[in-house]
Design a protein around this ligand. Structure first.
Ligand code: PMP
Length: 315
């Protein structure tokens, strides 16, 4: 990733990709106190546009504020830098990772006298896993690692250190031969996947965990709005148990990188058996709610849905 051409924005300046380096005493490297975003841009009929960049940038600013990291840049300035990052790197379909971190002036948990930094890098990114995963779905394992608790970390902040927990869960599942993991909150209710929110469909109603342990996903919000407004489907945010996923008619994951990925199997149980689920390696039916939402989302991110054009910011 580091040995390539391109431009990275850091603290108001453009650095050549290979020169965008930090010192080994960079505080965030030692304790994980930092935060980031994952944003996508898509090429549509009217050119390249960032998808919901205002919401992502607000979440970045709020993550930093919650972690008590002062930012030297306004949200407007950070949005402009993201637009410029696409243009300068001549990107059309891209993933951007604005990241906030603490400087290398000193170690220690008191974090006194440290500079604060923001960088924005962008690169081409296709599907999160594979086109096959988008069409046919994932096999997941419920994790033995609990997701965060509101009194242990700031669950609404997209904190760098939170991802140790995600990686423990994901990589345990991957080593056991699964594609993904479903993490439960400390009380045992469904929280989210390693880097995506989770939804289930039952009797025509969508259900998703309320925002306590899970991240307040922006794709989660897009899907809730698309389901309610474009499909007229009711969506309930509430506590969910893992057996509700086993017995759901459909289930899927949502995230900026993941987009909408069908969940086909959890802990060896096929999802949607009563609804006549096809073989686990066959494409999900075109008329399933998951496939309909995938199509709508694909149109929304490219500016093809008039009612949701306000989600786009041209690069
Ligand atoms: N949960 C976690 C832990 C994540 O890392 C992500 C990805 N940012 C999500 C959920 C989905 O959030 P979003 O839709 O805003 O990308």
């Amino acid at each position: 990733l580091y040995d390539r051409d391109g431009w990275i924005w850091q603290d108001g300046e453009w650095l050549a990709w290979r020169e965008a380096k930090v010192h080994v005493f960079t505080h965030t490297l030692h304790y994980g106190m930092g935060c980031f975003e994952g944003v996508r841009a898509y090429e549509g009929e009217q050119g390249t546009a960032l998808f919901r960049v205002a919401e992502h940038t607000r979440r970045l600013a709020e993550s930093a504020h919650s972690l008590d990291i002062p930012l030297a840049f306004s949200e407007e300035a950070l949005i402009e830098a993201q637009q410029e990052c696409l243009r300068k790197n001549q990107l059309t379909n891209a993933y951007l990772k604005p990241t906030v971190f603490l400087g290398a002036e000193g170690l220690g948990l008191r974090a006194k006298g440290l500079s604060t930094h923001v960088m924005i890098a962008a690169w081409d990114l296709g599907p999160y896993l594979s086109p096959q995963a988008t069409r046919c779905g994932l096999r997941a394992l419920t994790s033995s690692w609990a997701r965060h608790h509101v009194n242990i970390s700031l669950c609404r902040a997209k904190t760098s250190g939170h991802y140790v927990n995600s990686m423990l869960a994901l990589n345990t599942a991957v080593k056991a031969g699964f594609d993904e993991t479903i993490m439960l909150d400390p009380e045992g209710y469904v929280a989210e996947a390693s880097a995506a929110n989770v939804f289930l469909l039952r009797d025509g109603v969508l259900h998703t965990p309320e925002v306590t342990s899970c991240l307040q996903g922006i794709t989660r919000d897009s899907v809730i709005q698309l389901a309610r407004e474009a499909l007229g489907i009711e969506v309930r945010e509430r506590r969910i148990t893992r057996d509700e996923l086993y017995t759901a008619d459909e289930a899927f994951l949502t995230g900026t990188a993941a987009e909408i990925l069908p969940l086909r199997e959890l802990d060896g149980r096929r999802i949607g058996v009563r609804a006549g689920a096809p073989a686990v390696d066959a494409p999900i039916p075109d008329d399933s709610v998951t496939a309909r939402l995938q199509r709508l989302y694909r149109q929304a991110v490219r500016g093809e849905l008039a009612a949701f054009k306000h989600w786009l910011t041209p690069a």
